[in-house]
Design a protein around this ligand. Sequence first.
Ligand code: BEZ
Ligand code: FE
Length: 303
Amino acid sequence: MPQFDDTELTAAVIRSFEETPDPRVKFLMEELVKSLHDFVRKTDLTFDEWGAAIDFLTRTGQKCSSTRQEFILLSDVLGVSMLVDAVNHRDRDGATETTVLGPFYVGEHKPTAHGADISADLPGERMFVQGRVTDLKGKPLAGVPVDVWHADDDGFYDSQKPSYETQGSSSRARFITDADGRFFFRTILPCSYPIPTDGPVGEMILQVRRHPMRPAHVHFLVDAPGYEPLITHVFIEGDKYLDSDVVFGVKNDLIARVEKRTDPVMPDGKPAAAPWHLMRYDFRMKPGKGTAPKPMMAATEDA
Ligand code: BEZ
Ligand code: FE
C-alpha cells in the first residue's frame, strides 16, 4: 500500500495519467494537477477553506441555467477569459484587437437592413454607428456578417429582461457588409452596467471590495470566410470604468471617441429628431480560420 508525502503525492497523481491516449489531454491534466497541488502547498489550505471552495463551486454550478452561465462569469472576473484571449491572439499583425464574448451573445439573427434602428422602442440618447470591415491592407470585405449587441439605457441586455421571451430582441442585430465593406445602423448610446451580482460570483466580488461595473461598449462579432472570427467591443471614450473594467476587457485600440452631433441629418441623409451621437469604427480582419463561437448558453439546460 503506497503512502505519499505531499510532494510524492503530486508525482503519483501525474503518473496516474500515463495511459491517457490523447497527448494534449494528458498534458493539460498534468499541468492542472501541478498547479492545484502547488496552490494547496503554498497556502497550507485548511479543511474549512477547502470546504468553502467546494461550496462556492457547487453554488456556481447551481446558478447556471439556460440563460445564465455563472462559471464563465467566474472566469471573466478572475481574468481567465482575457488570458485565454491573450494567449490565442499574441500576434495581431495590425488586425483589430479582441476581447471577451461575454454571456449575452444569443447567436445569429436574420440580416437587418442598413440604417435600421435596432433600439427603436427604447428610451435613450440616439446614436448612429458606422463601420467598415477590411483586410490588413485596407481592402474592403463585402458580404460579411457583423453581429452587434449592447446594453440599454438602464444597463440591461434584452436577454436579461422577462419581456425577451414575448417581445423578442432589441439592441442586437446582424448586418451584412456592402460592396465597400461598410455597415451602419441606428441605436441608443449604451451605458456602463454591472455584471450580475445576485450569485456566488457577485458575492466574491463584493467580499474582495471590487466594483461590478463594465464600461459602456457595443459588442461586435465579425465572421468573414478566410479570416479569424473577430470577437470584440468598441468602448466609449470618457467612461469612468475604462480603467477598472471588472472583466479586464478594455484595450486602448478599442476605445472610440463618440461625438455628440447636432446636425439635422444623420450620415445616411435621413433626418435626426434630436441631438445624436456618432460612433465610427473600422475592423481589420486577420487571415486565418476558426469557427465563430456559439452562444454560451447553448450547452446548458435549466436544472
Ligand atoms: C458583457 O460584456 O456583456 C459581459 C462580459 C463579461 C461578463 C459579463 C458581461
Ligand atoms: Fe457587454
